[in-house]
Write a protein that binds this ligand. Structure first.
Ligand code: EPZ
Length: 428
């Protein structure tokens, strides 16, 4: 069965919408719960495919897991296996967070190389370096990461070559298990790093400095289960903010953390969008002509690469030239061809997309090539004249909870359509 998203463009989004729990926090916190000696309850989880995939991986490894209404109960006491299966692992990048967790619990792990969105080269060398610094032997053969703790498994000074999200989380998870003090230098500072560190602290770990570029850990403490609610999704919040601005709408986003959104808010203000916020809500309102922009993606607190795609979609109908430079992933402009099919005027030179605003986009049959490309397709379809049908729904469902329902609540004309595989071949 193949699913698509059908959007009738040209509607101003208006009303209120709630943000779901953070995908990138959830996918780190769920495996981390395996480090405890007793059960944990994780709340505010998004109802998305990546969470279901992790649930299945944890069950396969021997943990007892129940997931309902955004709450997951994880009993890690039955964990016995250390080799999660390829068919689950290859579906997502975050599956490699199981590596340090299985090392901490069982001393040895065999994890297939992770998958995830095809947005450029996604090596794991920083993680290998981080774990090796702590005294873990790592070898990659036949597409599987084989890792084993040695008698040198202990806290150390770890210097990351780049503030990689994945390497910071993997090193932090291993360091809470290794006896002694670890300092991670040049750590990533994204909100999900802080959330993972807070969850570890709630389990009894000693982790300080998350959210800065130096994280200190006193490892080897016994960890117990905890009840913990994950933070709201920064990228879903940003996608909704962009969709509101792009449709010249007026949307109140509830349950958000405005400080996580500062780089996007600054750019929207620069364009002439009205953004107001308080403790846990953000209102985005746009009327009149918007101004073109220069954007460069950077690690947090810079402009997030995960919002580059929906932002570029919005800029297609902003008069003048906008320049969007992608510095984090080298292959994150594949979706631009789809925007061109809708009438966008975009040239990509090396790592910069030059977007010349056009009067309007036209609805078309388009394909999401990865999760955030899916967000770009949604924004483009919302502002286009006429009907669009977006294929690649499986990517969108990896990261956006009930996106069709949320957009409908804001007045958009959105439906999901299902095809038998053979019938779909005739559609696109
Ligand atoms: C995380 O990916 C997110 N995924 C991504 O979310 C996000 O785009 C990215 O961070 C950047 O913010 C999760 O949290 C599950 P990185 P991650 O390690 O950890 C290079 C989404 O749409 N690098 O910070 O894989 C790498 O190639 C997504 O939700 C190495 O060279 O990102 C990239 O250029 C997709 N060697 C840069 O560093 C390594 O060992 C940043 O990667 C690791 C990374």
């Amino acid at each position: 069965m193949i699913e698509t998203l059908c959007i009738q463009g040209g509607v101003r989004l208006q009303g209120e919408v709630n943000v779901s729990g953070g995908k990138n926090a959830a996918v780190a916190i769920i495996p981390a719960a395996l480090l405890a000696s007793t059960p944990s309850t994780i709340e505010n989880l998004p109802d998305i495919d990546d969470v279901y995939c992790l649930r299945d991986m944890l069950k396969w490894l021997g943990a007892k897991v129940e997931f309902e209404n955004g709450v997951m109960h994880i009993d890690p006491r039955g964990l016995t296996k250390n080799n999660p299966p390829y068919d689950l692992v290859h579906k997502m990048r975050a599956s490699y967070y199981l590596l340090p967790v299985l090392l901490g619990r069982l001393g040895c792990a065999h994890v297939p190389m992770p998958g995830g969105c095809d947005i450029g080269n996604r090596p794991i060398d920083y993680t290998v370096k981080g774990l090796s610094s702590l005294g873990v032997n790592v070898e990659i053969t036949g597409g599987v990461i084989h890792a084993e703790t040695t008698d040198r498994f202990e806290g150390k000074e770890v210097f990351l070559d780049f503030p990689s999200v994945g390497a910071t989380i993997n090193t932090m998870l291993a360091a809470v298990c290794a006896k002694g003090n670890t300092t991670i230098h040049n750590a990533a500072k994204e909100p999900h790093i802080v959330d993972t560190a807070n969850f570890l602290s709630s389990m009894g770990a000693w982790v300080k400095g998350a959210g800065t570029d130096v994280i200190r850990i006193r490892g080897g403490r016994p960890l117990h289960g905890s009840t913990y609610a994950v933070i709201p999704d920064q990228i879903e919040t940003g996608t909704l903010m962009i969709a509101a601005a792009a449709t010249h709408g007026d949307v109140l986003i509830r349950g958000a953390i405005p400080t996580h959104m500062e780089s996007l808010t600054a750019k929207l203000l620069e364009m002439g969008v009205h953004v107001t916020d308080a403790d846990d809500w953000i209102r985005v309102r746009a009327d009149g002509a918007l101004r073109p922009l220069n954007i460069k993606t950077q690690v947090y607190p810079g402009f997030p690469t995960d919002l580059q795609q929906p932002m570029t979609a919005m800029l297609t109908t902003v008069m003048g030239a906008s320049y969007v430079t992608e510095t984090v992933f080298e292959n994150r402009f594949r979706y631009v061809d789809e925007l061109r099919r809708m009438g966008a005027n975009i040239r990509v030179l090396d790592r910069t997309a030059i977007v010349e605003g056009v009067e309007r986009l036209h609805g078309a049959r388009i394909t999401a090539t990865d999760l955030r490309a899916g967000a770009a397709m949604i924004v483009a379809a919302l502002i286009a004249e006429g009907d669009s049908e977006i294929a690649g729904m499986q990517y969108i469902l990896r990261g956006y909870e009930r996106i069709d329902e949320k957009l409908r609540m804001l007045g958009a004309c959105v439906t999901r359509k299902q095809y038998q595989d053979s019938a779909f071949a005739c559609v696109l």
